[in-house]
Design a protein. Structure first.
Length: 138
């Protein structure tokens, strides 16, 4: 059994990807309702959660949005659902959910495949600043 925070959605991300780390920091900034917490896929808790969900991260190269006891989402669906929670102009992201997931994931997969080449990667997962550390599961 995994001890997870109550009433929080968990975003699992590639902790060594510069693009992914920047997206996490932007998400923290836009998360005015304080509804998200984060864990890298490479962390112990990230591995426990993906194992609990039955997700093989060597086959699914993706961000994962996990709403405990409700559902989990991957790839473009996860990204769009996260953006939709920001409110304001970000609510437009909901429009893209009308497109078939397979079509949306073509774009997602193209970016995911090239993210290290375009944005680089870290040798290890980021260490969050003191201000955002509480947003990360350990």
């Amino acid at each position: 059994m995994i001890d997870l925070p109550v009433n929080k959605k968990i975003i699992l991300f590639d902790g060594i990807c510069n693009f992914c780390n920047d997206a996490v920091l932007k998400t923290i900034n836009y998360d005015k309702e304080n509804q998200f917490v984060f864990a890298s896929l490479q962390s112990d808790i990230g591995k426990k959660i993906t194992s609990h969900l039955g997700i093989n991260t060597s086959k699914i190269d993706s961000i994962i949005l996990y709403d405990p006891d409700i559902a989990y989402y991957i790839k473009s669906t996860a990204a769009l659902k996260i953006m939709n929670e920001f409110g304001g102009i970000w609510k437009v992201s909901k429009f893209f959910l009308i497109f078939p997931e397979t079509i949306r994931n073509i774009v997602y997969n193209f970016i995911a495949k090239n993210r290290y080449k375009w944005f680089g990667k870290k040798e290890e997962c980021m260490i969050p600043s003191k201000e955002v550390k509480e947003k990360f599961l350990s």
